[in-house]
Ligand binder design. Structure first.
Ligand code: PTJ
Length: 259
């Protein structure tokens, strides 16, 4: 679809088109389009930009990936469609494995996502077919199926754009979980160790830049960044930002004057 360069909502429309293309290619689940709508609403409330609390969380997230022994980036349909280059680059910079993990799992989507990521430079993609042969306890959705070389043995898992159950299940088996979620009220956001309240499109770009910058920093310095971090305070700041924006709007003139 042609989107005029001066369209006021161009960036947002481009993201939608990527998801629709992803759906047509068999990468995105139809439910993924609905999930994006919820994200868009929170993005709107947040002013569609990256806030300081998201930068801070992203820095800690990258420090966690860089200090992990077995980090994994978990990829679902929306993430594959929106940020394939960033997933591959972040994995390379942080020495993370890439694993497909789907809520609406089908063999066709697993394959389509793995091929799409390989087309964008991934050497190996776990969690496809027989490789997803292990199970996470206490999880009854298709997300319980994981790779014994990936999420099963991981110490840190990045779960961009998730549903709450798996984050809780991963926490219960001792993983450190990093989430990217525009909704600061979601169970994922509240259960994760580090929550980046930002659009996955912006957050993953920042994480790549941060990984380039931090990969040569001493591990003990990275650990001290992690130790000082407080995820609850980050979520509170995200909620406060939404409140402030709503308050400002409620006190300003909202109608457009065409006279
Ligand atoms: O590809 P699959 O089969 O694994 O399915 C993926 C979806 C996303 C459909 C599945 O995980 C799902 O149903 O997720 P939920 O429970 O709808 O949660 C998605 C969360 O991501 C919500 O809290 C949204 O606000 C948030 N979200 C949506 N789009 C974005 C986002 N967060 C960051 N960036 C976005 N672009």
């Amino acid at each position: 679809m042609f989107i005029p360069p001066n369209h006021p909502r161009r960036d947002s429309l481009i993201i939608r088109e990527k998801l629709v293309d992803g759906f047509r290619m068999g990468i995105v689940a139809v439910e993924g389009l609905i999930a994006h709508g919820r994200g868009e609403c929170f993005d709107y409330l947040l002013g569609e930009k990256t806030h300081d609390f998201a930068y801070e969380a992203a820095k800690v997230a990258v420090a966690l990936l860089l200090t992990a022994e077995k980090p994994v980036i978990s990829v679902n349909g929306n993430v594959a469609a929106l940020v394939p280059n960033e997933v591959v680059e972040l994995a390379k910079l942080t020495n993370s494995k890439i694993e497909v993990n789907l809520f609406y799992r089908t063999p066709e989507r697993e394959e389509a996502i793995a091929n799409w990521l390989k087309k964008h430079g991934a050497d190996e993609v776990l969690g496809v077919g027989e490789d997803a042969s292990s199970t996470i306890p206490e999880l009854f959705s298709e997300r319980r199926r994981v790779s014994p070389r990936g999420i099963l043995i991981a110490d840190v898992v990045l779960v961009p754009l998730e549903d709450g159950d798996r984050t809780e299940a991963l926490k219960k088996i001792g993983k450190k979980v990093i989430a990217i979620d525009l909704n600061p009220f979601s169970r994922t956001a509240r259960a994760a160790d580090v929550t980046i309240v930002d659009n996955v499109v912006r957050a993953m770009k920042h994480m790549v830049l941060l990984a380039r910058e931090l990969k040569n920093v001493d591990k003990s310095d990275l650990r001290s960044i992690i130790e000082k971090y407080d995820n609850n305070a980050i979520l509170q700041r995200a909620v406060r930002r939404i409140l402030d924006r709503l308050r400002e709007a409620s006190e300003s003139k909202l109608v457009i004057d065409f006279s």
